[in-house]
Design a binder for this molecule. Structure first.
Ligand code: HEM
Length: 522
């Protein structure tokens, strides 16, 4: 039988396929589907020769294929076109589950999403949000995310506007009055929205495994808008909040400088109030400002004659320059070096009181750190899923990698840490749901600091051992190890940003010492 045109799908016996085993007439079988690779073999990125092996040419190549490629290769239209038919009486068994489905790989989902498990925390509205948001992320966001991550361009403004229209941008700001009466994604009621809903939004987005894009997609809003919402004047709120939530304007938080990172007291950016009090003249620089390259507003920590203050500086006042910083993640995050050069900022852009800027900046730290815990813990789990898939399908010395005890030991340690981290996170989230903002500041600042500090230690273990388990592929930007490579290159962001691992560990213990009973003795 001669090679069929790619469009004509037929059924074949294995004996028929076996006859197409030479250059110019070359077929292989993958997952019961017959591929005509006669022409493709010359273009194959893995080389032409691999196809002429007698165990490959005209033969069943499923296991060989999955030892070397990710499934997504077969899902690309240019390769789907190579299919000429099926093996008689057989059906594909290895197709991906539909978009939005829960993963069936053990430990790939937090236990509340695993079959047969119960949970005290999540109700029907959480489950509805999770189902619909995962589908949306898989179908509407993932491809854009992969494209932007690769080309380094900012996330599509159209997408941000869609997320404004369906309520997601507002939901990412956490529970509160801004959600009451608003139309929200998955028909969640603003009044019932709690921190578990927010956790779901954050954790599901992380599954795309594109760290730069994740921060690029309004990361600046998540940390830059709360000071306006909590401390801004009525006029400021009216000017900024809705346009940002709608995706018409972009905002970022500008605190860290080349001179000062976690050491907020060392900031040098200075805002000099005019004699008539009508405006400030701002001079200084800011560094590592997420979304800074495209932000319209900069929620900026400054020094003033009164001490510290926060000014929400519009780019439009002039004198604001932003340049892209190249970091270890994609430039899609819009990370900027910002210079303020004699910016004349009207006094109405003061957020809170002049001289009382520190509480404005500090007030959102717990929430910001908790969001970072949500994402780093979920990203670590996603990597464990990749590792489970890898050890299951990769063969070494003729046996699956999973047959090596040392590999199982490593994975056991990683999965245990991910499980423990998620459980701790859910406990903290539950406390947040029960406590007022003030109570959270008092009782949870230390807990959240310790949780974030430990979560990024877990990420470190996952990244480090993930590469060891994947080998060279864990250091390669394409192919089977690409998510492990990306995680290994970017997990440190969470360990450094939002309070470094060591500073937070220390904060956790210092907070605890404040509560030591006076009569505590060994
Ligand atoms: C329809 C069948 C096939 C298609 C569409 C295909 C496609 C690809 C693509 C796109 C890559 C580069 C992407 C990546 O790094 O994963 C690749 C790499 C490779 N392929 Fe294939 N391939 C096919 C079958 C095979 C078979 C049957 C073998 C082995 C006998 C093979 C061996 C390789 C090797 C060794 C590499 C390099 C992998 C690496 O660098 O880790 N391919 N293939």
């Amino acid at each position: 039988m001669s090679a069929q045109p790619a469009t004509q799908k037929k059924t074949f016996t294995r004996d028929e396929v076996a006859k197409h085993n030479k250059k110019g007439d070359l077929w292989i079988i993958i997952d019961s589907e017959v591929y005509n690779v006669s022409k493709f073999s010359e273009l194959h990125p893995g080389g032409e020769n691999v196809f002429y092996d007698e165990e490959v040419a005209g033969q069943e190549a499923t296991e060989t294929f999955f030892g070397l490629h990710v499934r997504e290769v077969l899902e690309k239209p240019q390769y789907k076109r190579l299919i000429v038919g099926n093996i008689q009486g057989e059906q594909p068994k290895l197709k991906a589950d539909p978009a939005g489905s829960p993963s069936r790989v053990p430990y790939a989902e937090p236990s509340w999403l695993s079959q047969s498990y119960y949970t005290p925390y999540y109700n029907d509205s959480h489950r509805r949000l999770q189902r619909e948001w995962r589908k949306y992320v898989d179908e509407e966001i993932r491809d854009i995310a992969l494209r932007c991550e690769a080309n380094g361009k900012r996330p599509d403004v159209e997408l941000v506007k869609k997320l404004g229209a369906n309520g997601i941008n507002a939901m990412r700001m956490g529970p509160g009055k801004h959600l009451h009466g608003r139309k929200l994604f998955a028909d969640i009621k603003g009044e019932e929205f709690d921190y578990f809903h927010e956790l779901i939004i954050t954790q599901e987005l992380v599954r795309c495994a594109v760290r730069g894009f994740g921060d690029g997609l309004n990361g600046g809003m998540v940390i830059g808008l709360p000071p306006i919402m909590n401390f801004g004047s009525k006029e400021l709120k009216e000017e900024i909040i809705e346009p940002v939530l709608a995706g018409d304007k972009f905002i970022c938080l500008a605190v860290s400088e080349a001179f000062a990172g976690s050491d907020v007291m060392g900031l040098r950016t200075y805002a000099k109030k005019s004699d008539d009090g009508s405006h400030y003249i701002v001079n200084g620089t800011k560094k590592w400002i997420t979304n800074g390259t495209f932000a319209d507003y900069f929620t900026t920590a400054v020094k003033t004659d009164e001490g510290f203050a926060v000014l929400c500086i519009p780019r439009s006042v002039g004198g604001v320059e932003t340049t892209q910083i190249k970091t270890s993640y994609s430039t899609t995050a819009g990370t900027a070096y910002v210079t303020f050069d004699n910016c004349k900022v009207p006094a109405k852009y003061l957020v809170g009181e002049d001289g009382a800027g520190i509480p404005v900046i500090l007030s959102n730290f717990n929430h910001e750190r908790w969001v970072m815990c949500c994402s780093t813990i979920r990203a670590s789990r996603a990597i464990c899923e990749q590792l489970m898939l890898w050890i299951n399908q990769r063969k070494v010395f003729g046996k699956p990698l999973s047959s090596q005890a040392v590999v199982r030991q490593k994975l056991a340690a990683l999965i245990s840490q991910c499980e423990a981290a998620q459980t701790w996170l859910e406990n903290v989230t539950y406390q947040m749901c029960k406590m007022s903002y003030k109570e959270q500041a008092l009782h949870l600042a230390g807990q959240i600091a310790l949780l974030k500090s430990w979560s990024t230690r877990v990420s470190h273990e996952v990244a480090d051992n993930g590469v060891q388990i994947m080998g060279g592929r864990g250091l390669t930007k394409t192919g089977m190890g690409k998510f492990v490579e990306e995680f290994h290159r970017t997990y440190k962001f969470d360990a450094v940003l939002g309070g470094s691992e060591e500073v937070l560990a220390d904060l956790g213990i210092r907070q605890a010492l404040r509560f030591m009973p006076e009569n505590a003795r060994l």
